[in-house]
Design a protein around this ligand. Sequence first.
Ligand code: ZN
Length: 161
Amino acid sequence: MTVARNRVVSIDYTLTGDDGTVFDSSKGQDPLAYVHGTGSIIPGLEAALEGKAPAAHVSVTVTPEQAYGMRDDSVVFTLPRAQFQGVADLAVGMQFQVQGDTEARVVTVIGIDEDEVIVDGNHPLAGLTLHFDVDILSVREATPDELEHGHAHEGPSGHEH
Ligand code: ZN
């Protein structure tokens, strides 16, 4: 069975940047299982896996447009430090969820001074070209429950209902 829409695909993967930095990997963890064609993985990787069979090794370079998008400087904000009063040991790299006008957004602290905190609402991998090395482990039809939920009920994404 090959990778196609509404099938559950299990993969081992390593994600690296242009300079070889490893951003993420399933090595040493459970494989990633996802429902193909539902947009639960980035578009460039989903397209590269389409039609592939178990045991296939897929090596693909994905542009920012097909990954986490380009960086958007309009989502870099300066907030008053007082807004972080309750946070112990505020440090660069910490992440917070903030409520915007329409949706909640995860921001990363990129700068701190006495009065102000600079936060960045871009995805940490925005603007980056990404390299994926993927081994396809298995492909099966999704169950009706999985299709309804839009995720696989196995491995780390499995959950109680
Ligand atoms: Zn579910």
